[in-house]
Design a protein around this ligand. Structure first.
Ligand code: HT7
Ligand code: ZN
Length: 873
């Protein structure tokens, strides 16, 4: 496969002003008539004689130019390109293609899912529908006529407004849609199916009524309320916080069962993975409700950050994704607990993005090359991209940031632009120089900050030295220091924040500062201190960096109890637990430090603490995070040490856990407030810890909870605790019961698969193979594949990392199998193996072997090829 470079970017030779599409949808295929209004791009350097259009898996039927059908000597169908020779400066081009959506298992372009037609065009799916300049800087107005059998497909949708509809011969009908906003073809969408409609209205800040529509299969009609409410909240929030009003008269969401990702922001017609839109308290857990709210918001926010202002090329993907994740994070923080949201985001960064940034696929937020763009929908583009925008927000402050975003939207409305244009708007609006800051977009790798301090008690000066180093990554060495906002607090012995005086005579010094690191080494002095303070570093995870500071366990316990920053209270608890677990792994300590037990005892027994924060603090660092922190990870040793800590905590705190369980009992109502979510989290954590140590009484509580639960959070909490316990009969009974009850609901069956695939007890390789053979498993459905294979390889450390390598061979087999039907999913699934360098022997070597077996598969897709080859380099 060919590598594409950012440095090769050229403006398009031809522009398309208008696209007229007509889809004839049949059971054995679809005919697509496309008429393009094309003109030469005056900005293109030189003269292009031929028009080149992208295509993929298309059967070309005819080509006409200005109404005259062209002979085969006037164009070449090269499969991935249609070259039309010697074209005039301005012309109409009509192309007719035949495609087979019913056989499209890649789920790119036009495909069928549960009997309905739907599309996925980002990033390069439109070329699977018709020949077109499939690049985001070609923006056109679309008019789309969809024709299909009326009975089978009563609902026919596309972008924009429906402008015409009518009957056709043979029981067929049509609807025509017109989108007034020019857009790149990746935002095109079409849906045809037998769907029911849930409708609502939103009145915008300027008083326009927007028709909100969610289309789902009839059986899901009762599961749309949460998505609809989330949508309305998002629309209001974007008006209030960013001044962004919705622009069309209709906003539609469609739920689709087979979908490669979470959702897609097509203009006016968002298409969602069913699991990211459908929810009821009986069928979806709190995490699903929160995810749905965040994804609905994310896709809605794209209407401005992505659609009105889009990307010039796919190297700029983070322009829309990073900014939109930043926006949806702000929304979620405002809708729930900001501290909890920050903890969740930082956890994802530190566990998974840092790992990606240190691995073979490491790439900058704005990459400079790729083979397959689908492989670049990564945590780096999304999450690190959002952190980069967040740092701009921190450096500028909320007012100047808002000025910058207003300027960005105003200046670039209707354009396809770059991350640099975004930074420039921020600079121009604020007057700040973000020259060095741009390195965050260009350099890959996670900066390591080494922090050391000393206290001069005579002078009352506390000195902090901070050194930054950015590790080498593929193709990048000797990196330059980056511009890092470093939020700092200093705690006195009584636990209060001390004033941070940078000068001896500074009055009214703040108790928190954002230090700006720009050099490889900085030294800061804080004056007027009568005692050695305890530092609270990188508060709120003010930058996506690693911090090396020699905290003592006493300091960490002190911060856990007193830090004024909730995030850092949580962080101190995590660091303490990591330290204890790592000491066990190294064999430096024989037992679990009593101080950890006592710290957890205080958390459990003090109801006056913020319970949402306590619920997070009680979660031990995940195995994945411990792997990420290790130099050479021994998977079984990590699992063993963490399990020992859990055992010890559960044994020592049995009374407190039972009390916590009772205190947080279900009051029968289902609310999504941070308090209610925290209560459910606490009672289910208590239950799982108690079952972890085989507590009989808790097993009874779990069985009762499982039977009586009024919501899926509690039912699943009980099921998970039972499935991970030693109570084999009870576990089997609950699993069978659950399946019998929910077998007709695909989203619930996915949860049933996941809970088993993640389980230490139930998730053995043999059992995973049984799940793959289960009648409810479907190889063509990405959610099912993810819920069994993805969860097993990504979340079941102890069972996946078997010393004989059987878990790796299993994964390699499944990746090869999926590579033929759905390369995007195969490429995502292979990722656990790419981390082979991180693991100690015998794991690392066997992971590498499994990866090599994938490399040697015949006819490997470009998607998997890129990942595997880069990982083996
Ligand atoms: N912008 C959307 C990306 C997306 C996608 C990309 C590749 C293959 C399939 C896909 N489905 C959706 C999702 C988003 O970030 O909003
Ligand atoms: Zn997005």
């Amino acid at each position: 496969p060919r590598t594409i470079y950012l440095s090769e970017y050229r403006v398009p030779a031809f522009l398309v002003d208008h696209v007229d599409l007509r889809f004839e949808l049949f059971e054995n295929g679809a005919r697509v008539h496309s008429t393009l209004t094309v003109r030469r791009n005056p900005e293109y350097p030189g003269v292009a004689e031929h028009l080149e259009l992208d295509g993929d898996s298309l059967k070309l039927e005819s080509v006409s130019l200005d109404g005259i059908e062209l002979g085969a000597d006037r164009y070449q169908d090269q499969g991935d390109k249609l070259v039309v020779q010697a074209v005039p400066d301005k012309f109409g081009l009509n192309v007719v293609t035949w495609i087979e959506p019913q056989n499209n298992t890649r789920l790119e372009g036009l495909y069928k899912s549960s009997g309905m037609f739907c599309t996925q065009c980002e990033a390069e799916g439109f070329r699977c529908i018709t020949f077109f300049p499939d690049r985001p800087d070609v923006m056109a107005r679309f008019r789309t006529r969809v024709e299909a059998d009326r009975e089978k497909y009563p609902v026919l949708l596309s972008n924009g407004n429906d402008v015409d509809r009518g009957e056709l011969a043979d029981g067929r009908h049509f609807v025509t849609w017109e989108d007034p906003f020019p857009k790149p073809c990746y935002l095109f969408a079409l849906v045809a199916g037998d769907l029911v409609l849930k409708q609502d209205t939103f009145t915008t800040c300027s008083g326009r009524d927007i028709d909100l529509r969610i289309y789902v299969e009839a059986r899901n009609a009762a599961k749309c309320d949460h998505a609809m409410d989330s949508l309305k909240r998002s629309m209001r929030w974007d008006e209030e916080v960013y001044g962004r009003e919705y622009d069309l008269d209709i906003f539609m969401i469609v739920a689709v069962d087979d979908f490669n990702m979470g959702a897609m922001e097509n203009k006016g017609l968002n298409i969602f993975n069913s699991s990211c839109v459908l929810a009821s308290p009986e069928t979806a857990a709190d995490t699903a409700f929160q995810r749905i709210e965040a994804i609905v918001a994310h896709e809605y926010f794209h209407n401005w950050s992505g659609n009105r202002v889009t990307c010039r090329d796919w190297f700029q993907l983070s322009l829309k994704e990073g900014f939109t994740v930043f926006r949806d994070a702000g929304f979620s923080a405002d809708m729930g607990s900001p501290t909890v949201k920050r903890i969740e985001d930082a956890t994802l960064m530190r566990t998974a993005q840092f790992a990606e940034d240190a691995g073979p696929m490491s790439h900058p937020v704005r990459p400079s090359s790729y083979m397959e763009i689908s492989n670049f929908y990564t945590l780096t583009i999304y999450e690190k991209g959002a952190e980069v925008v967040r740092m701009i927000h921190t450096l500028l402050g909320p007012e100047l940031f808002r000025k910058g975003s207003d300027l960005y939207f105003e200046r670039h409305d209707g354009q396809a632009v770059t991350t640099d244009d975004f930074v420039k708007a921020m600079e121009d609006a604020s007057g700040r120089d973000l020259g060095q800051f741009r390195l965050w977009y260009e350099q890959a790798g996670t900066p390591l900050l080494t922090v050391r301090d000393d206290f001069d008690s005579e002078a009352g000066i506390y000195r902090l030295t901070i050194e930054q180093a950015i590790p080498d990554s593929p193709g990048q060495t000797s990196k330059n220091p980056q511009h890092i906002p470093f939020a700092l607090g200093l705690l006195g012995a009584d636990g209060t924040d001390l004033p941070l005086r940078l000068f001896a005579d500074e009055n009214d010094a703040p108790s928190e500062r954002v230090l700006e690191l720009t050099a490889a080494r900085h030294e800061f002095e804080f004056h007027g201190l009568s005692e050695r303070p305890v530092p609270s570093l990188v508060r709120g995870f003010s930058a996506p960096v690693r911090v090396d500071y020699p905290w003592t366990r006493e300091q960490l316990i002190f911060l856990m109890n007193h830090d004024g920053d909730g995030f850092n209270r949580w962080d101190a608890g995590q660091r303490l637990a990591v330290d204890v677990i790592q000491a066990l792994i190294r064999g430096d300590e024989e037992g679990v430090d009593e101080r950890l037990v006592e710290a957890y005892r205080s958390l459990l027994s003090d109801p006056s603490l913020d319970q949402a924060l306590v619920a997070k603090m009680l979660q031990l660092p995940s195995e994945a995070y411990l792997v990420e922190l290790a130099d050479s990870a021994d998977a079984q040793a990590i699992h063993g040490a963490r399990t020992r800590v859990l055992d010890c905590l559960a044994q020592a705190l049995r009374g407190e856990l039972l009390e916590c369980y009772r205190r947080n009992g279900d009051d029968g109502s289902y609310q999504l407030t941070p308090e209610a979510i925290a209560a459910r989290s606490l009672r289910n954590t208590a239950l799982s810890w108690l079952l972890h140590i085989g507590d009989r009484e808790a097993c009874g509580l779990a069985q009762t909870q499982f039977q009586d639960a009024g919501n899926m959070t509690d039912r699943m909490g009980a099921l998970r605790a039972l499935v991970n316990s030693c109570f084999v009969t009870e576990r089997e009974a609950a699993l069978n019961d659950f399946y019998q009850c929910w077998q007709d609901d695909p989203q619930v069956v996915e949860q049933w698969f996941s809970v088993q695939a993640a389980s230490l007890q139930a998730g053995t390789l043999n059992h995973i193979r049984e799940l793959l053979a289960h009648p409810a498993f479907d190889w063509k459905n990405p959610n099912k594949v993810r819920s069994v294979i993805g969860v097993f390889a990504g979340q079941n450390l102890a069972q996946f990392h078997q010393a004989d390598g059987s878990g790796y061979i299993f994964l390699a087999e499944q990746v090869c199998r999926l590579d033929d039907s759905n390369p995007q999913i195969a490429a995502r699934l292979v990722s656990p193996l790419t981390r082979w360098r991180k693991f100690a022997e015998p794991y690392g070597g066997k992971m590498k072997q499994a990866l090599a077996s994938v490399r040697d598969k015949e006819g490997l897709s470009k998607d998997v090829f890129e990942i595997v080859h880069k990982s083996l380099k």
